[in-house]
Design a binder for this molecule. Structure first.
Ligand SMILES: [Zn+2]
Ligand SMILES: [Zn+2]
Length: 756
């Protein structure tokens, strides 16, 4: 006994609800170590006791072999006294008021399970195989705590074999709630031409043939239905596009494996790591090679991802094609379909077959979309694989519900010092999405045992999320849109001191009643001052400019040239209907229905229109995406931007128009325009820093999803001594707003209490 040593280990990070305790148990057994493990609110505590020479290997494995979905922030080791322990035990959890944050996101099927598919007799080809390290989680949870009976697996009774695995702590499926096998689990059914096929091998072969023959199929995924077809078949992609009524938005493509991705795109190490991570998000890649033109719609980016359900892997084994369009199974802007009967009704007439399975999806989640910018992951759409992982924040946000913005809505609830963001809900503009929004809030209340005592909403009086907040009968505060953007980034990085916030996006309600979106602020969590902004421009026709970007182009030209714009010798002016152009110019002159905006997104829209890159926008942010897409590399010059009280782009617009008339290639003009914005960011930040002494800079707003702008802007600022922050774990677009709202509300609540 004398050579026994003991340690107390404190593990911090996301280590609860991800199979961490059974993992540690098995590890201890493997290394011949005694002790115990227990979950506490703040950390997982482990006592280990045994021979000294066994400890280093145990601790190394603890760090390196932890379950995929766990994220260890810190392992703190303290000496402890040996107690002659004789076994290793999992102790009852202590003080579980926050235990609800233990709900794990869905995890892509693991390598061990893929191997079991080939060898484990009762799971040969079993398309719902899973274990403690992988499988559905959030999508199947109805209620807390996370036990099988509270999930949509409740209707499936375990067979004897599954039950013994479930009960065996030494088994990889110990307490794997969705455990199942060929004898007892959910099954797929293929519906086609008035027939049903339920034999899995048969339906797999038919599905593969349908796709390889260039047809379109609806397939039930993890968080909702997908529409699927061969990404290399032009006709199939065109059919899918018309079936979905999706005019111009690019499709995401699922590839057989990394090798197949590399046939179309060059991957950085970071992109490869992201593609292969257990979250299996859609990763935006640049410089892609041609597949069917209907996939990327002329953009140079492609959303690529890898198989994440066992079914995807099994399907690719049968398919000739190595690339599938996999797009959300929804119509136009409605939420993704999750119900079997609805899928058969909605997709029955527009697809050649529908593949369903008999386990319910409870929490609808889209595929997440993400991108590497400046060497780091920057999430764009946060859903499957990421939700409901909490964000740890500096303030007590308990009991606060932040209702988010309107576009790409996510809401956020506060539990203690954790902010839990909802999955991507969508644009709160139609009844179906609003219903999904309200339903999901109710589900979060129930699953997370959450009762809101304070609500936070956007200042825009007409956002449906603001109206929702107003009608709850609970105290609520409003937060300015761009302040919330900046606060969200501060929350992610744990910053609680004034920053220079550069917030560029399309639209946000300003305190002067105008639309903001090209903003330089000095902001803390509690308040903001607007220091500098893009000069207001008129938006002729109001909301019409969102689709008809040519209107914004005309407005920019009017600002730069007055009525002389009508005589400009550029294709944009020649191609416009003369009468329409004259009417809009009159409206601009007389200021009839021309609301004011400082939105950076609108400036991009207008410039893209003048250049002829995008005179009509078919989907959100199409114009800026097209401008980014054509940028020539290696251009360093720029156009003039004047800065006094505002940033003015009239000269830039004149120079762009001159370049177009001189037939300067569009990629060069696009680069010069981007460089002007980057210079403006740097110049604006430098001036504010000179006046205030602040060196911390937050770049945020949807515009910073633009890789060229974000990376070059960060490099320029960092190179000049600024500390620059760009959101990574939460979207810099409106999908991240709720996190900022919840922090601002928490600080206001804190201050009000202090004043009492
Ligand atoms: Zn597994
Ligand atoms: Zn079974």
């Amino acid at each position: 006994m004398n050579d026994r040593v003991a340690f107390l280990i404190r593990v911090e990070g996301l280590v609860q609800g991800v199979g961490f305790r059974p993992f540690v148990y098995r590890l201890a057994k493997h290394h011949g170590i005694y002790g115990w493990i227990l979950n506490r609110n703040d950390a997982v505590m482990i006592k280990i006791e045994g021979q000294a020479d066994r400890m280093p290997a145990f601790i190394e494995d603890l760090r390196n072999q932890a379950p995929a979905a766990s994220q260890i922030d810190e392992i703190i080791l303290d000496n402890d006294f040996p107690e002659s322990l004789q076994d290793f035990r999992i102790l009852a959890s202590q003080d579980l008021s926050d235990e609800t944050s233990e709900i794990s996101p869905d995890i892509a099927v693991c390598a061990d399970c893929l191997n079991d598919l080939k060898h484990q007799p009762h799971r040969i080809l079993y398309p719902f195989i899973n274990c403690t390290n992988c499988g559905p989680r959030f999508t199947i949870i109805r209620d807390f705590p996370y036990d099988r009976i509270k999930t949509t697996m409740s209707g499936f009774t375990m067979c004897e074999q599954c039950e013994s695995e479930y009960a065996d702590i030494a088994d990889r499926r110990f307490h794997a709630q969705p455990i199942a096998c060929n004898n007892c689990g959910p099954k797929y059914t293929l519906h086609f031409v008035n027939r049903k096929e339920e034999d899995f091998s048969a339906l797999l072969a038919i599905t593969a043939r349908i796709i390889d023959e260039g047809r379109v199929i609806a397939v039930k995924g993890m968080g909702g239905f997908h529409l699927m077809c061969d990404a290399r078949n032009e006709d199939a992609v065109a059919r899918l596009r018309s079936a979905k009524k999706r005019e111009g938005k690019p499709f995401a493509v699922m590839f057989r494996d990394l090798l197949s991705v590399r046939e179309y795109a060059e991957l950085s190490d970071e992109e490869e790591a992201l593609l292969t991570s257990w979250k299996k998000p859609v990763v935006l890649l640049r410089n892609i090679r041609e597949m069917a033109t209907g996939v990327c719609m002329g953009l140079d980016t492609l959303g690529a991802f890898l198989p994440y359900m066992p079914f995807h892997h099994l399907l690719f084994e049968k398919l000739r094609t190595s690339a599938l369009v996999l797009t959300s199974g929804n119509l136009a802007e409605e939420p993704i379909v999750i119900e079997n009967d609805k899928a058969l009704t909605v997709f029955g007439s527009i697809t050649d077959a529908q593949l369903t399975y008999n386990r319910e999806i409870f929490n609808r989640t889209d595929d997440s979309v993400t991108r590497i910018i400046a060497g780091k992951e920057r999430i764009i759409r946060r859903s499957r694989g990421y939700v409901p992982s909490p964000v740890k924040v500096l303030l007590n946000v308990d009991g606060i519900l932040a209702t988010g913005a309107e576009l790409s809505n996510c809401f956020c609830i506060g539990k203690g010092y954790q902010a839990i963001m909802s999955q991507h809900i969508g644009d709160l503009k139609n009844a179906e999405t609003l219903e999904f929004y309200e339903e999901t809030i109710e589900r979060f209340k129930s699953i997370f045992r959450f009762t809101p005592s304070l609500l936070a909403a956007d200042m825009h009086p007409d956002y449906l999320s603001t109206r929702y907040a107003r009608h709850q009968g609970t105290a609520f505060i409003t937060v300015q849109h761009h302040h919330a953007h900046i606060a969200a980034c501060m929350a992610e990085y744990g910053i609680d001191q004034p920053v220079i916030g550069v917030c560029f996006d399309g639209t946000g309600y300003g305190t002067d009643g105008h639309t903001w979106g090209g903003e330089f602020m000095v902001a803390g969590i509690d308040s903001f001052q607007r220091h500098l902004h893009f000069d207001y421009m008129q938006l002729p026709g109001g909301d019409k400019v969102i689709r008809e970007t040519w209107r914004t182009g005309l407005s920019l030209l009017y600002k730069a040239f007055g009525r002389d714009l009508l005589d400009l010798d550029i294709p944009f002016v020649h191609n416009l209907d003369k009468k329409l152009m004259a009417n809009v110019t009159d409206a601009l002159e007389k200021k009839i229905n021309t609301p004011l905006s400082s939105g950076c997104g609108r400036l991009f829209d207008g410039v893209a229109a003048i250049m002829g890159c995008c005179t009509r926008s078919l989907f959100h942010a199409e114009a800026p995406m097209r401008l980014e897409s054509v940028i020539a590399e290696g251009i360093i010059d720029r156009y003039d931007v004047e800065i006094d009280k505002t940033l003015r782009f009239e000269n830039a617009v004149r120079q762009i128009t001159r370049d177009i008339a001189l037939r300067v290639p569009l990629p060069v003009i696009a680069a010069r325009f981007h460089n002007s914005i980057i210079w403006a960011i740097f110049e604006g930040v430098s001036r504010i820093s000179h006046d205030t002494g602040i060196k911390k800079v937050v770049l945020t707003g949807g515009t910073f999803q633009n890789k060229y702008l974000a990376e070059k802007g960060m490099t320029l600022l960092t190179g000049n001594g600024f500390e620059v922050y760009l959101a990574g774990r939460i979207p810099c677009n409106d999908g991240g707003i709720a996190l900022g709202q919840i922090l601002v509300a928490a600080r206001q609540r804190e201050k009000t209490k202090l004043n009492l």
